[in-house]
Design a protein. Structure first.
Length: 173
């Protein structure tokens, strides 16, 4: 899928210049480094000092700078290539994962829905911490009522031990 390009018109000319300058700087660095190394190794047989070894100290940084320029010049192309290689694999992985887990997600969503609706509550917990059967009206440990208290003002249900309404704030009789 091609997307419209939204970059500065000068970008293409700058990228083109970097694609020329980068390799030229790398080539210059390689030549300087080669001259320095040849001078260094040829001095071994003559017992003299290498005259152009300093060229290595110019050539190696030039190769690094030229490599960095090339990196910026070709970064977009390399990124698009990598993206085109990775995207199908990522899409296939996601689809395989989604296919393998769709039943689990359905079951999880159903459980969440049932929990929110309150249809599958297997136990009621009393304020004393005792778990009671879902249909129990009183706690089997302390005897407190487990039925919700209906607020006389707004008609909303509240916890059995509530003294004030959760919805309107008025005292519950």
């Amino acid at each position: 899928m091609d997307f419209p390009s939204h970059h500065d018109p000068k970008h293409d000319s700058l990228r083109g210049a970097l694609r020329v300058i980068g390799p030229l700087v790398v080539l210059t660095g390689v030549i300087f480094t080669a001259i320095g190394m040849i001078s260094f190794f040829s001095a071994f047989g003559s017992f003299g000092m290498p005259r152009y070894f300093w060229c290595c100290f110019v050539g190696m940084p030039l190769m690094g700078i030229g490599g960095a320029i090339c990196k910026f010049a070709y970064l977009g192309s390399i990124s698009r290539y990598i993206s085109n290689e990775i995207t199908p694999v990522g899409r296939d992985t996601f689809n395989q994962l989604a296919h393998g887990t769709k039943d689990s997600f359905r079951m999880l969503a159903g459980s969440v829905r049932e929990g929110l609706e309150g249809t599958t509550t297997a136990e009621k917990e009393c304020g004393c911490g005792t778990a009671n059967d879902a249909e129990a009206k009183f706690c089997k440990n302390c005897g407190k009522s487990l039925q919700p208290h209906c607020c006389g003002s707004c008609g909303k249900d509240n916890d059995a031990d509530a003294r004030f309404c959760d919805h309107c704030g008025k005292p519950i009789r």
